[in-house]
Design a protein around this ligand. Structure first.
Ligand code: FAD
Length: 418
């Protein structure tokens, strides 16, 4: 049990870490709180990095909290201070200057890093990845009307950057190795619908395109992307958006249980007493979905911050969450609730022909809604989230019929608590 003499060290000043320190103070914790950040910027919002164009954005970071928040809340924010080692037995952290910091409770929130493509030319100037504000500044510096951008990978970040670049007149090619975009994170109907929207905006979306190398031009900068079929796509710059890897090396070196992320329980507890982990770096149970899941989303990092902080303060667990995620592309507001990959049946509400609106509901074998993917359909998203939380069985024929209001579709007496 912690008290006001307890020293909490939070490692990683991103979305999860900043939420955790704020929650500690909101719940009245009066002990010492230190937030270590590897970056030199005040903790900032990541979503605008892939969505805000060089022209519409001011180029300056969008801070998560104003600078005064940290001193006002007696949070010792240490920027540009990567933690190099964690010793869970001695309860000490080691910083880059060699200093050792004792703690009583540590919360790891070191996030993830952009995955790199291990092909020749991956280090050429003009080949970018996108995770941090500094990455975004470099990428944006190269996005100008008339230039040619190749996006490697049709995931959310790649598609968001493609949309942002098209808005400012950049010629965009998306090269996706699989047979559809969003293979890891969305159902095939949404993927096909979204691909069509990007193509209509002038983006060349190439599926089944395996990148083999980046080709330098005479000035040494990337000038082309070589494909396995022998083709080459000329370009002025490249964004590699092929997913992220957990920053779990501190935890692995400290002997914490890890498997593509730090393994935590439903309260963010790691295998080491007194050490929690939250956010993109973790893999965790997420009932009612089977197995362990590594989610990369701001709502997920925020929920885990709540789970960990309430646990370390001895407070009741927060209500079970419904995982969700959003993405903005052109004028399309995507919102996804639940985990679509685990569904057995999918129903489109309204069919795929509407160009501005989309809703797909995913049901398990018992007819319960386990996930929903929506675009510009906030009402459907909200209802689906509630249904997922309550394990509601719905009438699938009614779901497909937009003339039938959603509220009439829950099958009476069929709601199963999860
Ligand atoms: P982060 O926010 O990445 O924070 C981790 C921090 O830890 C980083 O600042 C890192 O520098 C620091 N760190 C790492 N190692 C150390 C160390 N050893 N010592 C000290 N500090 C360290 N999610 C959504 O839900 N919606 C969106 O629209 C969306 N858009 C996104 C757009 C982009 C371009 C990116 C990159 C991500 C986006 N995400 C979005 C995902 C979302 O940003 C992440 O899920 C979220 O930031 C995870 O929070 P986190 O605290 O785990 O990691």
């Amino acid at each position: 049990m912690i008290d006001d003499s307890t020293r909490v060290a939070v490692i990683g000043a991103g979305h999860g870490g900043t939420a955790a320190v704020a929650l500690l103070r909101q719940h009245g914790f009066a002990g010492s709180v230190t937030l270590f950040g590897a970056e030199r910027h005040l903790p900032y919002h990541r979503p605008p990095l892939s969505k805000t164009s060089p022209e519409s954005g001011s180029g300056s970071p969008d801070p998560l909290r104003p600078a005064g928040f940290y001193p006002d809340q007696r949070i010792d924010l240490r920027l540009d201070s990567p933690v190099l080692a964690l010793d869970p037995v001695a309860a000490r952290l080691r910083l880059g200057d060699g200093s050792e910091i004792p703690y009583d409770v540590a919360v790891l929130a070191t996030g993830a890093r952009a995955r790199r493509l291990p092909v020749p030319g991956a280090d050429l100037p003009g080949v970018h990845t996108l995770r941090t504000l500094d990455d975004a500044c470099l990428l944006r510096g190269g996005l100008r009307p008339g230039r040619r951008l190749v996006v490697v990978g049709g995931g959310y970040i790649g598609l968001e950057v493609a949309a942002m670049a098209r808005r400012i007149g950049v010629a965009v090619t998306v090269l996706e190795a699989a047979t559809r975009v969003l293979g890891r994170s969305a159902g095939p109907d949404l993927a096909a619908w979204l691909t069509e929207r990007h193509r209509r905006q002038g983006t060349d979306v190439v599926l089944g395109a395996a990148v083999e190398r980046f080709v330098p031009g005479p000035d040494g900068r990337v000038a082309g992307v070589g494909l396995a079929d022998g083709g080459e796509v000329p370009c002025d710059l490249v964004l590699v958006g092929i997913g992220a890897q957990p920053c779990d090396e501190l935890a692995r070196a400290a002997g914490l249980r890890c498997d593509d992320g730090v393994i935590v329980d439903e309260r963010g507890r790691t295998s080491a007493p007194g050490v929690y982990a939250i956010g993109d770096m973790t893999r965790r149970p997420l009932p009612p979905y089977r197995g362990l899941h590594r989610l990369e989303s701001i709502p997920s990092a925020g929920e885990q911050a709540k789970q960990a902080v309430t646990d370390l303060l001895g407070l009741p667990a927060p209500r079970p969450e419904v995982p969700w995620f959003w993405s903005d592309q052109f004028d399309l507001k995507l919102k996804i609730a639940g985990l679509p990959a685990l569904a057995e049946k999918s129903v489109l509400r309204g069919g795929p022909t509407d160009e501005h609106r989309f809703a797909a509901f995913h049901l398990d074998g018992a007819g319960r809604v386990v996930a929903a993917e929506t675009v510009n359909a906030g009402g459907e998203f909200m209802v689906a989230k509630k249904w997922i939380a309550e394990g509601t069985v719905v009438d699938p024929d009614g779901l497909a019929d937009t003339a039938r209001p959603l509220r009439t579709l829950a099958l009476e007496g069929a709601t199963c608590p999860r």
